[in-house]
Write a protein that binds this ligand. Structure first.
Ligand SMILES: [Zn+2]
Length: 304
């Protein structure tokens, strides 16, 4: 049996006009029910962890995530992805990205993201390029972000309507073309109206705003860059918008808040990790089958 790389799988998804979900795991017990839902629905997904999920939640770190994955993985359905390693983090501190990439590569992560989106364009390119080279030296695709997907910041947030109307932080088309060319990144995370769920204390339990996407901008970025595009902040986007986005180059959709809150709410109400895992399973099942409608895609994207 040949094993497809994640790079090939994402390319397959894009050519079929579908997007692979990437499920974030801020609590390690969430992983097993997420994998089970993906397998039960014969779908395909990435299991993702971002740096803030071990600095601000309970994912511990890339090695711990990889050990948990080792116990429940089914490689025809799931692969491990390192999400947001920010160059400047959500508290505005500079991060040494290289050792984090190195740990994830050693632990067996198959794709990696470096996020320089809080930097001006030239500095973003300078920070991202060596990390792309590091990933490529180990045969791993690297994702980067251009534009600002707001929500993770510690400070106050402008209202969503103000953000959308102003287009503030939206990915610029010409900049995107230059960024992909000069960094060599494999996948590009774009800002087109999507927002992250808040993670700051006092806001992380709030219901996310219903976001919408500028699909014309997306189509233009797709045409200008030619690489698979990534949508962060997938939870809470208008469902018909999200399915249209798959036709305009979005090949990976990050889902964090939706399943994190399901786990947290159930854990708080019941005090039982098992019940929280059941809630995570049910929510993941809903995301795959109803929200993204990507049940049964495994054979299309990962024909091994
Ligand atoms: Zn993100």
């Amino acid at each position: 049996m040949t094993v497809n790389t994640v790079g090939a799988i994402i390319q397959n998804a894009q050519s079929h006009g579908i997007a692979i979900p990437a499920f974030n795991i801020p609590y390690l017990p969430m992983m097993e029910p997420v994998v089970k839902a993906v397998v039960d629905l014969d779908s395909f997904a990435l299991i993702a962890v971002a740096r803030l999920e071990w600095t601000k939640f309970e994912a511990i770190g890339p090695s711990a995530v990889a050990e948990t994955f080792e116990r429940c993985k089914q490689l025809s359905h799931v692969r491990l992805h390192l999400d947001h390693v920010p160059v400047i983090d959500e508290d505005n501190l500079r991060v040494d990205t290289r050792p984090i990439f190195e740990e994830a590569i050693r632990a067996g992560f198959e794709s990696l993201m470096v996020d320089g989106s809080r930097l001006p364009l030239d500095e973003n390119i300078q920070a991202v390029r060596p990390m792309v080279e590091l990933g490529h030296a180990h045969g791993k695709p690297v994702e980067a972000e251009l534009g600002a997907v707001f929500g993770h910041e510690s400070g106050p947030m402008p209202s969503y309507e103000e953000l959308y109307a102003s287009g503030k932080g939206f990915t610029d088309i010409a900049e995107a073309a230059r960024f992909v060319q000069e960094t060599g990144c494999d996948w590009l995370s774009v800002a087109i109206g999507n927002v992250h769920g808040a993670i700051a204390a006092g806001r992380k339990d709030m219901k996310k705003v219903e976001a919408r996407l500028n699909l014309e901008r997306l189509a233009e970025i797709h045409q200008a860059t030619g690489v698979p595009l990534v949508l962060h902040g997938g939870s809470g986007i208008q469902a018909d918008n999200i399915r249209q986005a798959m036709k305009f180059g979005i090949a990976k959709i990050n889902i964090g808040t939706e399943i994190r809150q399901a786990y947290e709410v159930a854990l708080k109400a019941s005090g039982s990790v098992v019940q929280a895992q059941q809630a995570t399973y049910e929510r993941t099942h809903w995301v795959i089958a109803e929200f993204l409608q990507v049940a049964g895609i495994r054979a299309k994207v990962n024909r091994a």
